[in-house]
Design a protein around this ligand. Structure first.
Ligand code: PHE
Length: 454
């Protein structure tokens, strides 16, 4: 529950299901897989100050403006973000605290781990609350006689970082005028170059640690070590974040796929100026903890992290080596389809392009809520169905997927069909229970969005 009473207004869109989970603090719960994952990552950044208690309700300013998000950035949309009211929201990323932590100026390196909130797809790897860890390291140019002396120090620090035998693909230049620019006004090429190198080597080291642990757990479970077949491999991909430049994403080759694990870059200098530490230069990253924990422990469904079931919780022990999660009885799935005609007045439906857990509120994933025509039903966005499904079925909904979409050639009306898969983690849902949930969701689509069921 929210710790205080906040005024609501026309921006308010936080549902009771989210409020009920607010404050669970899974990332610090002893022996919880998210806490074990957090500690494992923290252990690779010795000397960093770890902030694990920053409250999840922040201002729009902290979450977006302080980081240099433009006024029209799609991440601000009510389709993607949970607003408590027009000025206050549930943080969408741990970067919301960057400026405050830089301002407090109590350490050169820090991590921030916390719960973050995003309206998003319903499937086994997305949940509207997840956890991120932010990490940053800066050097203070005013500690050195010359800028070159600061570069020399970063170089020395770089050389002291642990070496690894990871295969690293990094085909792009350290920065690129159009695709991934150097902050020319603020950094010399040498500064950006060495900060980028230090950042990449530090994160590669973290990834080696995580994936070596994951691989050991696999081998111990008799599920075959990946490293025995091919060496661990990562690649750096150019990226964009409003608060870093140049920016990258790190992808890891894991069990036959490139997996995006984090976003990072050279910290935007105007941000550091706003934080009253104009002489500091450095790097930052953000990583999604669920995704890492899922592959470390082999946890197949993101809803499990929220389980209070001893069959889940008793499997994790922070004093012991990582062990693969043993699935307990899986209850059968109950898929149901809902097809409907959209009202004519509905704007084009925007589908989710699920952003990776670590990436910024997806630039492609949403659009501003269209004001509804006078008297007409509010405009339907795919996330509205996700939200109705979660609010009605809670954790008994596993997946919501668009399976058909067509426009009638004569009337021009658009029809959508979604498949909603119900499955409880705790019991078998009866036909009647699944039908009742489905009926309530269908009726809410009618009453809230004026759709016509087919
Ligand atoms: N804040 C970004 C996100 O949520 C991740 C990030 C953090 C990127 C720090 C760069 C530096 O997705």
């Amino acid at each position: 529950m929210l710790p205080e009473k906040y005024p609501t207004d026309s921006w308010t869109n936080v549902p009771p299901t989210i409020l009920a989970q607010y404050g669970r603090r899974l990332h610090v719960q002893p022996n919880h897989p998210l806490s074990i994952t957090r500690k494992l990552i923290e252990s690779r950044f010795p000397g960093f100050r770890n902030h694990n208690d920053l409250p999840g309700i922040v201002t729009v300013h902290q979450n977006f403006d302080s980081l240099g998000f433009t006024a029209d950035h799609p991440g601000r949309s009510r389709n993607d973000t949970y607003y408590i009211n027009k000025d206050t929201l549930l943080r969408t990323h741990t970067s919301a605290h960057e400026v405050d932590v830089f301002k407090a100026n109590t350490s050169n390196g820090y991590t921030i781990s916390a719960d973050v909130y995003r309206r998003d797809a319903v499937d086994r790897s997305h949940y509207p609350i997840f956890h991120q860890m932010e990490g940053a390291l800066t050097w203070d140019r005013s500690d050195f006689k010359t800028r070159q002396a600061c570069v020399d120090q970063i170089t020395t620090d770089f050389e002291k970082l642990p070496k690894h035998d990871l295969v690293v693909e990094d085909p792009n230049p350290s920065f690129h005028a159009e695709r991934n620019p150097l902050q020319e006004k603020h950094h010399t090429p040498e500064e950006a170059e060495i900060i980028g190198a230090h950042l990449k080597r530090s994160l590669e080291d973290m990834v080696v640690t995580i994936f070596t642990e994951a691989d050991k757990a696999l081998a111990a479970a008799g599920q075959g070590s990946q490293a025995e077949q091919e060496p661990l491999k990562v690649r750096w991909v150019e990226a964009f974040f409003p608060h870093t430049s140049p920016s990258w994403e790190l992808e890891v080759w894991w069990r036959g796929d490139w997996l995006e694990v984090l976003g990072c870059g050279v910290i935007d200098q105007p941000l550091l100026v706003r934080a009253d530490v104009p002489d500091r230069i450095g790097w930052a990253f953000g990583i999604g903890l669920e995704r890492i924990a899922m592959l470390l422990f082999g946890i197949p469904d993101i809803r499990l992290f929220w389980s209070k079931d001893a069959r889940f919780l008793s499997q994790f022990d922070e004093g012991k080596p990582i062990r693969r999660f043993q699935a307990f009885s899986k209850h059968p799935a109950a898929p149901r389809d809902v097809s409907f005609w959209l009202p004519k007045s509905n704007a084009p439906v925007v589908a989710n392009t699920p952003a990776a857990a670590s990436s910024a509120p997806s630039p492609a994933g949403g659009q501003q809520t269209e004001p509804s025509l006078d008297g007409a039903a509010p405009v339907f966005h795919e996330n509205d169905l996700m939200e109705i499904a979660r609010n009605t079925a809670g954790d008994d909904v596993e997946d919501v997927k668009l399976i058909d979409d067509f426009v009638h050639p004569k009337t021009g009306r658009r029809s959508l069909c979604y498949r909603i898969t119900y499955r409880s983690l705790e019991k078998t849902l009866t036909t009647e229970e699944a039908n009742a949930l489905h009926e309530r969701i269908s009726q809410e689509l009618v009453s809230d969005f004026g759709v016509q069921l087919r």
